[in-house]
Design a protein around this ligand. Structure first.
Ligand code: MRU
Length: 350
C-alpha cells in the first residue's frame, strides 16, 4: 500500500488530510490557494519537506490560469502567490526554499512564452517532489549505517512518510534499517500539544509493521535512565550554518536528556532544510500558535482555567553542541558543523 502525502492529481493538489489521522485516511483535493494556505496553517499538510512540495505545487496552482500576456505581469502575479504562501508558517526552511526555487525558475526562463513558463513551473514542482523521494532514501541509507541490529530509537513529532512525499527522514532511517534486516524498536514521544507522535508517527509505524511504543513527552527521561533508549533521531525544520537546529517543540529537551545519559542524538534532514544565510539558531523565527491547541483541542472539555495565559511555540532550537551528527542525503555531517555543513551542503553530491 503506497502512500503519497502530497501530489498533483487531475489538475488539483491532492494531500492526505493529516488532521483526520489516525481515525481516517482521507484525502483532500485542493483547487485554490486559500484552501492550500489554510491546509498548511492547520497542519492538514505538514512537515518541512512536504511543505517544500506544497510550495512548488502551490505556486503552479496559483499561476496556471493566469491571463498575463507579458512576463512582468505574470511575475507580478507569481510574486503575490509566493508571498501569500510564505505567510502561512514561518519556521520550515523548505517552504521558503520551494517558493524561491519556483520564483527563480520563472525568472531564468523569462524570455520564453508564458504558456511555456507555466509548463516549466509544473516540471519544477515535480522535480522538488522527485528530489525529496530520492533524498529521503539516501538519508535512510546513510542513517541506517549508524543503527545497530537491536537498537531502540526514540523519536519526536513525525518525520516520516507523512512529513515528506513517501518515505521520511528520521523514520526513513528506521525504515531503511528494517529493510536491511535490523530489528529496530521505536519509542514515539506523543508530542504535545498537536500529538504528531501519537497520531501520525504511531499510525505510520504500525502500518509499516515497526515495533512502536508510545510515551508521553515527560516520560523520555525515565526511559533513558532505565537504559531503554540507544539513540534519538529527530527531523528538522531549519538548520543554521553552525548546526543549531529548529524542530518540533520538545526536541531540545530530548537533546539535553540524551546528552546527560550519553545517548547519541541525531538529526535527519535533506539539504533543503539548511539555511546557510543564518549563522546560528538565534536567527530562526519560531512559530507561535493558538492557545486553544494547549487548553482545548484534544480534550472533551477545556482543560485549564478559561483565562489562563498560554505559552505555545511550535518549535524549539537544539544547540549544535548537543547534536552528535546530522544525517543528510549528501552524507553524515559531524562537528565542527560551521565548517562541515557548508562543505557538504554546497557539494554536488546527493
Ligand atoms: O508542526 P509540524 O508538524 O509541521 O512540525 C514538523 C516537525 O517538526 C518535523 O519534525 C520536521 O518538519 C521534519 S519532517 C521530516
Amino acid at each position: 500500500m503506497d502512500l503519497r502525502t502530497i501530489e498533483w492529481k487531475n489538475g488539483q493538489i491532492k494531500i492526505v488530510d493529516q488532521t483526520k489521522l489516525p481515525g481516517k485516511l482521507e484525502y483532500l483535493y485542493i483547487r485554490d490557494l486559500k484552501t492550500l494556505w489554510h491546509a498548511i496553517k492547520e497542519l492538514k499538510v505538514r512537515g518541512a519537506p512536504a511543505l517544500g512540495a506544497a510550495a512548488g505545487l502551490g505556486v503552479y496552482l496559483g499561476v496556471k490560469d493566469s491571463k498575463a500576456k507579458t512576463f512582468a505581469r505574470f511575475y507580478g502575479e507569481l510574486d503575490k502567490v509566493i508571498r501569500y504562501l510564505g505567510s502561512s508558517r514561518p519556521t520550515a526552511k523548505n517552504l521558503f526554499w520551494g517558493l524561491e526555487r519556483m520564483g527563480s525558475a520563472a525568472i531564468k526562463n523569462q524570455e520564453k512564452a508564458i504558456t511555456e513558463i507555466k509548463k516549466i513551473l509544473f516540471d519544477e514542482a515535480q522535480k522538488i517532489i522527485e528530489e525529496d523521494r530520492s533524498a529521503c532514501r539516501k538519508i535512510g541509507i546513510y542513517g541506517a549505517k549508524l543503527i545497530n541490529k537491536f537498537d531502540t530509537i526514540m523519536t519526536v513529532c513525525n518525520a516520516g512518510i507523512l512529513a515528506t512525499i513517501d518515505y521520511g527522514t528520521a523514520l526513513g532511517v528506521i525504515y531503511r534499517a528494517g529493510e536491511e534486516g535490523k530489528k529496530v524498536k521505536v519509542f514515539a514521544c506523543e508530542t504535545r500539544p498537536l500529538l504528531q507522535g501519537a497520531r501520525l508517527t504511531v499510525w505510520e509505524l504500525k502500518r509499516k509493521g515497526v515495533d512502536v511504543t508510545l510515551n508521553c513527552d515527560n516520560m523520555a527521561a525515565i526511559l533513558m535512565a532505565q537504559g531503554k533508549i540507544d539513540k534519538v533521531i529527530a527531523g528538522a525544520d531549519r538548520i543554521a550554518v553552525n548546526g543549531d537546529t529548529a524542530n518540533k517543540i520538545g526536541t531540545y529537551s530530548l537533546a539535553v536528556l540524551a546528552h546527560h545519559h550519553k545517548i547519541p542524538f541525531y538529526i535527519a534532514a535533506p539539504s533543503s532544510t539548511f539555511d546557510l544565510s543564518i549563522k546560528s539558531g538565534k536567527g530562526i523565527v519560531i512559530e507561535q500558535r493558538n492557545s486553544c491547541e494547549v487548553t482545548d483541542l484534544f480534550y472533551k472539555r477545556k482543560m485549564s482555567h478559561k483565562a489562563v495565559k498560554v505559552f505555545n511555540p511550535a518549535f524549539d532550537v537544539t544547540p549544535h553542541n548537543l547534536i552528535t551528527a546530522i544525517i543528510t542525503e549528501k552524507g553524515v555531517i559531524r562537528a565542527p558543523f560551521s565548517k562541515n555543513i557548508k562543505r557538504v551542503i554546497k557539494s554536488c553530491k546527493g
